[in-house]
Design a protein around this ligand. Structure first.
Ligand code: ZN
Length: 274
């Protein structure tokens, strides 16, 4: 029997019952859900080995309102259909296929297709669950190592503001030009990617840009929790919860019955297409 709980992609993780907590899953990949009040912000921690970002998010959600989704893994890659995938490559079939092939070189084409079918079945439901209400903001927290910095993003960005060139590993990546405009007044490095070009890598930022969802990725060097906290707090103080006013009538007439979700934001997600 499919219950409303199943429909929303909710599940109960862990045993015994007194340890139960809410989670949301995509193809068996589990995220703990931390809900703090009715705030419109959504927060995501998706790479389990990026530990300072996770610590920061968990402590941030003790004081700020919104809903956090924290991957239940200590590793960067997670298991789907018995193989590995980078969870930040699973938001399109094309990106997921590339990640599965690269991380499971012994897999046959049919193994890859079976895993893709599993991901395809859950993708829209999962995105619907983690997406902010219309006009709201999704914030992802990542940590990086020496091999990655804002300089890797500059060539594929629509706009760039490099106020902290000496700290290239600390930067914000936004998908909404209004957010970029505000963030570029901060002392931090900021890039805007709202018209993604080139290969679809299946990352959440590309999905957000494609769907017009406000998304900001806060990148900081692994271990630089303080630097990442400063960016997050600046963002909290300066970016509005929503850009469009949410009226009482729109709250009452939305389809899902959810107070903050007037319209399905994933309407245009291609689903099983490559
Ligand atoms: Zn990451």
């Amino acid at each position: 029997m499919v219950t409303r709980r199943d429909f929303l992609g909710l599940c109960i993780c862990g045993f015994p019952f007194f340890w139960r907590r809410r989670c949301v899953r995509m193809a068996g990949i589990s995220f703990r859900v931390i809900r703090r009040g009715s705030g419109t912000r959504r927060y995501l921690h998706i790479h389990g080995n990026e530990t300072s970002a996770r610590e920061l998010l968990l402590s941030h959600l003790q004081t700020f309102k919104g809903t956090g989704f924290v991957i239940e893994s200590e590793q960067r890659y997670v298991v789907v259909s018995g193989g590995w995938i980078d969870p930040n490559r699973m938001f399109s079939a094309a990106g997921a296929g590339k990640s599965l092939r690269a991380l499971n070189p012994h897999w046959s084409d049919e193994d890859v297709r079976a895993a893709l079918r599993k991901l395809d079945r859950d993708r829209e439901k999962f995105l619907y669950r983690i997406a902010p209400p219309r006009g709201g903001l999704l914030i992802a927290l990542h940590n990086n190592r020496e091999t990655y910095s804002v300089q890797d993003e500059v060539p594929i960005s629509d706009r760039v503001s490099l106020k902290a060139p000496a700290s290239p590993r600390e930067f914000l990546l936004a998908t909404d030009p209004r957010d970029f405009e505000i963030l570029s007044a901060s002392p931090f490095n900021v890039v805007l990617q709202n018209t993604p070009a080139g290969e679809d890598d299946g990352s959440l930022s590309r999905w957000a840009a494609r769907e017009g969802v406000r998304y900001v990725n806060i990148e900081a060097a692994l271990g630089n929790r303080q630097g990442q906290a400063e960016m997050l707090e600046w963002l909290e103080r300066n970016l509005p919860p929503v850009y469009e006013p949410v009226t009482v009538s729109s709250l009452r007439t939305n389809r899902s019955g959810s107070r903050f979700r007037p319209d399905p934001v994933f309407r245009k997600v291609p689903g099983t297409h490559a």
